[in-house]
Design a protein around this ligand. Structure first.
Ligand code: NAD
Ligand code: UD1
Length: 340
């Protein structure tokens, strides 16, 4: 298939390019490089021996989107492009709604004008809000809510796609709800390269390990979980990438709008992840316990059975693999793609 990958130079996008090349697909990327480096595509080429065509442009720029769609025929789109930082979305809500929602509306409009209707969307477990423990593990039918503008952009886009599919049966939307993507390609050539001080757990851990940050603060050890620390469903980014390839294989057979969780199906606590990481680096990781982070859920993990049933996909890699690969990437690239 020839796939248009928006946001393909980013963290999940670049790993998905590698997995899509392994499956024999052809790739064009549309990315404005607002949160990524084109160096990630040099790394894709090193691993895959193939280099995606990169169009540097914005999904909200109609003339750019139109010229990309006029230039080639695409069988499907994987739509990663968007802003993703929860805290920043609270400070800059207009920018989040503009970029994520308004940008996607332009993209969808040009796609329907060009007759491209196989669409795989990067949604998030954030659409489950702060889940009620009785709903764990979360099925796709669990109640949805948004706790911040970032979450609202995902929820609204899902809603827009549900309505568009109901109005026009030619659409095939797969809403992939990612749980907590972490880790890196096993080569150590590609990984997560967040700008500024990371908010998320794994990049914070790796930057402490490499000496860029002093110590990890574990947010809360008094949750009603087995060891008192927060429980999440971490998913290796290469498993997630392979989930997209599985979705590409099935999207044409799934008309309408289908939400699918991409997670491992099991919960891992912060303390367990830190222990796995310490095993990977062979030394203790400086850390201390601090208060809970406002808005955090005690536990959030997927029921991953629908992905297995519909896509024939499940995760293969465990927490030890995630920590080993995240460390391999960070230790070989202490400053990410900068100075590469
Ligand atoms: P990322 O920031 O590394 O990648 C996003 C890419 O989109 C970047 O390369 C950025 O330059 C590009 N981009 C942003 N706005 C754009 C625009 N208007 N036009 C063109 N390109 C644009 O993020 P990621 O971690 O790879 O996430 C990819 C997608 O998955 C996002 O939509 C994100 O919300 C979603 N998601 C991510 C996570 C996670 O933890 N990483 C979890 C759930 C969902
Ligand atoms: C966060 C986002 C969520 C998004 C998800 C994607 C928030 C509030 N939520 O979820 O919308 O979909 O990322 O991956 O930002 N932790 C620490 N110390 C740290 C950082 C995190 O103890 O320095 C803990 C957290 O309390 C949590 C766990 O680690 O229990 C995971 O945190 P994080 O990586 O930020 O992900 P989420 O909070 O699950």
């Amino acid at each position: 298939m020839h796939i248009l990958v928006t946001g393909g130079a980013g963290y999940i996008g670049s790993h998905t390019c590698v997995a899509a090349y392994a499956a024999g697909h052809t790739i064009t990327i549309l990315d404005n490089l607002s949160n990524s480096s084109p160096e990630s595509l040099n790394r894709v080429e090193k691993i895959s021996g193939r280099r995606p065509r990169l169009v540097v442009g914005d999904i909200g720029d109609r003339s750019v989107v139109r010229s990309v769609l006029d230039s080639e025929k695409f069988d499907a789109v994987i739509h990663f492009a968007g802003y993703k930082a929860v805290g920043e979305s609270v400070a800059k809500p207009w920018e989040y709604y503009q970029n994520n929602v308004a940008g996607t509306l332009v993209l969808l409009d040009e796609l329907r004008r060009h007759g491209v209707r196989n669409f795989i969307f990067s949604s998030s477990a954030t659409v489950y809000g702060n889940p009620d423990p009785k709903d764990l593990p979360l099925k796709e039918t669990a109640p949805l809510s948004a706790l911040n503008p970032y979450g609202a952009t995902k929820l609204w886009l899902e809603e827009i796609m549900r309505a568009m599919a109901a109005a026009d049966p030619a659409w095939h939307f797969l809403l992939l709800r990612y749980f907590n993507p972490v880790g890196a390609h096993e080569s150590g050539l590609m990984g997560e390269d967040p700008a500024g001080i990371p908010n998320n757990l794994m990049p914070y851990i790796t930057q402490v390990a490499v000496g860029r940050l002093k110590e990890l603060t574990i947010f809360g050890n008094d949750y009603p979980t087995p060891d008192g620390t927060g429980v999440r469903d971490y998913i290796h980014v290469c498993d997630l990438a392979e989930g997209h390839v599985a979705a590409l294989a099935k999207v044409a057979d799934l008309p309408g709008c289908t939400a699918i969780n991409l997670g491992s199906g099991s919960g891992v606590s912060v303390a367990q992840l830190v222990a796995s990481f310490e095993k990977a680096i062979g030394r203790p990781l400086p850390h201390r316990f601090g208060p809970r982070r406002p808005g955090d859920a005690a536990a959030c993990y997927a029921d991953a059975s629908k992905a297995l049933q519909l896509l024939g996909w499940k995760t293969k890699r465990n927490s030890d693999d995630m920590c080993r690969d995240a460390w391999n990437w960070q230790s070989k690239n202490p400053n990410g793609y900068k100075n590469a």
